[in-house]
Structures are given as structure tokens and as C-alpha cells.
Design a binder for this molecule. Structure first.
Ligand code: NAI
Length: 365
């Protein structure tokens, strides 16, 4: 069996708990992984002066593959998102989030099997912002006025939304290539091109150009983001591969996770041409951190995606089969799933759920 070296970033909040569970399950799956632990998060500020030390970025560059727990980002003020910085530093331009029904997880629908492909490097997440009242904001407001672009109130904070031809082309192309590789038949591009003609309009134009190259092989449609949210809630089952600019993709990921049982089971990956960082959709869940209550399924399914990426597909499939078994059996599910399914059975701890999953893996084959 091939041994793979992977960088493990446990993160903060529930991250260390879900990451420890994930490591145990990956080891039980038979995959041969050498873990290189690297740190990131608010707790490093005192020692390193940054929540994302250069050594952590270097570690991922060395191993090329990482799996990370969530990392808290202060709201409104404080340092910028470590997650966004990591995606930028490694040019992880694809955020891939499969949304799959797991029987027993309390989803609103059966048979959901869609894949969110979210652009990960530009749009309102570019981090180009001007503080209200700053000299730069004043200059920008004056410039917009001069150009006849429209008037902005002088007490405005401003965030810039860049959407490029290059960025749009590579994400839409990734969605079509993913569809081709995985035998999927439809790509939906989501936008608000009717209002934002030079950003979302550009995204849509490029999407149509790329789609034309796949005509006859993969079908294409586009939807406006607000209508798309309504369509997803009414019936997500017709969706297949859905490609979004960054912000809409972020919001739709949580929405879609809610349709199949919640954030506790929603996995994901950030992928670039050279590196890949796997992580759950959810955040650091400070409300339950350190209490052994977190559902580690999302990080465990992210690890299964990582094993596929590394070519350890049998181990990945063993994990997914065991997850389906544990949910179908329903005796050891965490509190988030108990609430979704409105069950009055006692909630399993993170550790109890993980033990049940490992026991299920052992019974496979
Ligand atoms: P969150 O995803 O951490 O939590 C939302 C709700 O879902 C909470 O009630 C939480 O208890 C629950 N939840 C989330 N994951 C769960 C799990 N595995 N098991 C059981 N319950 C779970 O979102 P929130 O509260 O908006 O963000 C908290 C922090 O996480 C923020 O600082 C945010 O910036 C950060 N964040 C980090 C991400 C990352 O590292 N990739 C992604 C999203 C948010």
C-alpha cells in the first residue's frame, strides 16, 4: 500500500475534536497516512503575530495535500480570515462541496446528489475593502462621481467585487471537466447578471462560452441566484453540478447542507492546480466547542474525498459505506442530527459516534 504524507491543521473551536475523530477513522479505513501536524488560528497571534504562520503554508506546499479543521474569524474587526488567506496563498481556486442525502440524517429530501463548485479566489472575498471615512474611500467615492458611475453616500464602507475572465473561465471549465469525469449530465451556472452586468454578467458570458465547448456532451443552463435558492428549497433533486461565483456559492453551500441534514454532515475541498486542502463546510461552532458534542461526519467525509484524491479509493469507499451504515442504524447519532430528525433518543458524543463508525468499518468486507 502506498504511504501518503498529509498536513493536518486541527484548527480551533470544535476543530481539534473533529480532527482527532477523523484521524482515528482514516487509520481504521486501512489508508496509510503519515500526518504532519501544522498550526493555524487565533491562538497563535501572541507567538507568531499572525494566525497563519509561514511554516504552515510551507508544510502544505511540501506535502501538497492537507486536511484542516475550522478556524474562527473575528466578525467585523480583527485579522482577516485564515481560510481565505490559505486559499489565496495556495491558489486553491475551486471549492468543491458535494451535497448527498444520507438516509437517517434527517434530510428534507431523499435522493439529493448535487455538487457545488464555488469560485474560491475572487468576488467579494477578494478582501479589497475601504473603511468608512478613510482617505481611500473618499477618493473612490469622488472617482465614481467623476466617472458618472453613480453616487455613493460619503459615510459608506466599500467592498470591491472583482470577477475576471480568467477566474470565471477556470472555475466553469473545472465544473464541466468534473461533470465529464464523473458522468454527470448538467452544469448550472448561477449569477445575478441582470443587476451586476460587469461582474456577474461577465461570469455568465464566460460560462456560456465554455459551455459551448461541451455542447452535446454536458448540458448547460443558468439561473439567477434568488430563484435558484427557491428552486433548491422546493426540490433540489434535479440539480447536478452547480457552479457559483464565490459569495453565492458560500451561502448556497450552507443552504444545500441544510436540505440534507445540516452542517454536521457537509464535506468539502479547496482545490488548485498544485495543492488541495480538504475541510468541512461548517465553522468552528464555538457554542459547542470542547464539549465532545460535535458531529465529526463532515470532516470524516472530507477525509474520504481526500483519500479519493490520493488514489486510496477503497479506503474512501469503506468510510462512506460505514457512515451510511451508522446513520441507517441510528443508534449513535450526535445531537445536531437528533434535533434535525426530531428524535428523542439520547445524543451520542463525538467519541461515541466515532467508536460506532470504527466498529462499522471493522464489520465491512
Ligand atoms: P458554524 O458552522 O461554526 O456553526 C453554525 C451552527 O451549526 C452552530 O449552532 C454550530 O453549533 C452548528 N454546527 C456547526 N458544525 C457542527 C458540527 N460539526 N456538529 C454539530 N453542530 C455543528 O458557523 P458560525 O457560528 O457562523 O461560525 C463560527 C466561526 O467559524 C466564525 O468565526 C466563522 O468565521 C468560522 N468559520 C470557519 C470556517 C472554516 O474554517 N472553514 C467556515 C465557516 C465559518
Amino acid at each position: 500500500m502506498t504511504r501518503h504524507t498529509v498536513t493536518l491543521i486541527p484548527g480551533d473551536g470544535i476543530g481539534p475534536e473533529t480532527s482527532a475523530a477523523m484521524q482515528r477513522v482514516v487509520e481504521a479505513s486501512g489508508a496509510d497516512i503519515a500526518w504532519e501536524v501544522a498550526e493555524a488560528g487565533a491562538h497563535l497571534m501572541d507567538e507568531y503575530g499572525t494566525p497563519l504562520p509561514e511554516a504552515t503554508i510551507e508544510a502544505v506546499k511540501r506535502t501538497k495535500v492537507a486536511i484542516k479543521g475550522p478556524i474562527t474569524t473575528p466578525v467585523g474587526t480583527g485579522f482577516r480570515s485564515v481560510n481565505v488567506a490559505l486559499r489565496k496563498a495556495l491558489d486553491l481556486y475551486v471549492c468543491l462541496r458535494p451535497v448527498l442525502s444520507i438516509p437517517g440524517a434527517g434530510g428534507r429530501y431523499d435522493g439529493v446528489d448535487l455538487v457545488i463548485v464555488r469560485e474560491n479566489s475572487e468576488d467579494l472575498y477578494a478582501g479589497i475593502e475601504f473603511e468608512e471615512g478613510s482617505e481611500a474611500a473618499r477618493k473612490l467615492i469622488a472617482f465614481c462621481e467623476e466617472e458618472g458611475a453613480g453616487s455613493i453616500r460619503p459615510d459608506s464602507g466599500i467592498s470591491i467585487k472583482p470577477v475576471s475572465v480568467t477566474g470565471s473561465d477556470r472555475i466553469v471549465r473545472y465544473a464541466f471537466e468534473y461533470a465529464r469525469k464523473h458522468g454527470r449530465s448538467l452544469v448550472t451556472a448561477v449569477h445575478k447578471a441582470n443587476i451586476m452586468k460587469h461582474s456577474d454578467g461577465l461570469f455568465l458570458r464566460v460560462a456560456r462560452e465554455v459551455a459551448a465547448e461541451y455542447a452535446g456532451e454536458v448540458a448547460f443552463e443558468d439561473r439567477i441566484i434568488d430563484a435558484c435558492c427557491m428552486n433548491l428549497v422546493v426540490d433540489p433533486t434535479p440539480f447536478d453540478v452547480v457552479v457559483f461565483p464565490n459569495l453565492y456559492g458560500d451561502i448556497a453551500s450552507d443552504l444545500a447542507a441544510g436540505l440534507v441534514g445540516g452542517l454536521g454532515i457537509a464535506p468539502g475541498a479547496n482545490i488548485g492546480d498544485e495543492y488541495a486542502v480538504f475541510e468541512a463546510v461548517h465553522g468552528s461552532a464555538p457554542d459547542i466547542a470542547g464539549q465532545n458534542k460535535a458531529n465529526p461526519t463532515a470532516e470524516i467525509l472530507s477525509a474520504a474525498m481526500m483519500l479519493d484524491h490520493l488514489g486510496a479509493c477503497d479506503a474512501a469507499e469503506r468510510i462512506r459505506r460505514a457512515v451510511r451504515l451508522v446513520y441507517a442504524e441510528g443508534a449513535h447519532l450526535t445531537g445536531d442530527i437528533r434535533r434535525t430528525t426530531r428524535s428523542d433518543r439520547p445524543a451520542a458524543s463525538c467519541t461515541e459516534f466515532t467508536d460506532a463508525l470504527i466498529a462499522a468499518i471493522v464489520t465491512l468486507d
